[in-house]
Design a protein around this ligand. Structure first.
Ligand SMILES: Nc1ncnc2c1ncn2[C@@H]1O[C@H](COP(=O)(O)OP(=O)(O)OP(=O)(O)O)[C@@H](O)[C@H]1O
Ligand SMILES: [Mg+2]
Length: 257
């Protein structure tokens, strides 16, 4: 484990309230280079709120977020994205009618070189397809053979792969995945888990929110457990079992017991 290193992303004392409801009650989180950090917790424990604060979708009332050792205050999701934090939400936000390559470049289309691109803004479809193929193969994604296929024709797992590839493809520092295997079958889930490992091994740390304990234990290096708006513990699959994790999650047991 890399716990002697400086975290790439760090949250200190995050507080977020919604009227009288406390979403986050002073949460710390550390994401280290080269790791997959899972975030688990019961319904309402604050997982989504925590992730939203880290990805600019919510502004915390209190607390600090440090990215690359710099105190950061994201103005919104686009700002977080500009800082290298890519998030794949459960709805994936893909454009079904567009093909795989176009989806990978959604919102950052490349233009043709020369006047065609600079003056007429002609999109470089060929170049983007070439680069899409290269990105997919670099990520070890073999389930997407043809980048010209519209996303609406893909299976759930393949769509997830496109969304993850898009998050990973543009020099991102951190990739956050919200329940990426929730809607998937066994085989497709395994492919997404493999993709998460590939990402990590390429040097992009991943935060994975999941309710699926076997998946969490299969892929996570460390596991952040949220409970009632607080961090109850951070454990590892080596030191704790799934039963331990569930016990901490539900408050049946303290982390150290
Ligand atoms: N926009 C909001 N307005 C009011 N209350 C909110 C809002 N967002 C979250 N909450 C409350 O904050 C608490 C934490 O919610 P959050 O969505 O972060 O939980 P979660 O761990 O993601 O749960 P789940 O597993 O059900 O997705 C809950 O009590 C929730 O009702
Ligand atoms: Mg949630």
């Amino acid at each position: 484990m890399n716990t002697d290193k400086t975290p790439i992303l760090e949250a200190r004392g995050l507080v977020k309230t919604f009227g009288r409801v406390v979403g986050l009650d002073g949460v710390d989180l550390e994401l280290y280079p080269g790791e997959v950090l899972a975030v688990i917790g019961d319904n309402g424990a604050g997982k989504s709120t925590l992730i939203k604060c880290l990805t600019g979708a919510e502004i915390p009332d209190e607390g600090e977020i440090w990215l690359d050792d710099r105190l950061t205050r994201f103005k919104g999701p686009q700002d977080a994205r500009a800082h290298g934090i890519e998030t794949v939400y459960q709805n994936l936000a893909l454009s079904p009618a567009l093909d795989i390559a176009a989806n990978l470049f959604l919102g950052r289309e490349e233009r043709k070189p020369g006047l065609l691109g600079s003056l007429l803004r002609v999109v470089d479809t060929k170049g983007m397809r070439r680069r899409a193929r290269a990105e997919l193969s670099a990520l070890g994604i073999t389930t997407l053979q043809d980048v010209t296929v519209p996303v609406e024709n893909l299976s759930g797992g393949q769509r997830q792969a496109v969304a993850v590839a898009r998050a990973a493809a543009f020099g991102s520092k951190v990739v956050v995945l919200d329940e990426p295997t929730a809607a998937l079958g066994v085989r497709e889930s395994n492919q997404v888990l493999e993709l998460i490992r590939n990402l990590r091994d390429r040097g992009v740390p991943v935060i994975l929110i999941s309710h699926n304990m076997p998946h969490v234990f299969e892929v996570a290096d460390r596991i952040h457990i949220q409970r009632l708006g607080k961090r109850a513990a951070t454990i590892t699959p080596e030191t704790h079992s799934m039963t331990d994790a569930v016990a901490i999650m539900t408050g049946a047991r303290e982390a150290g017991e």
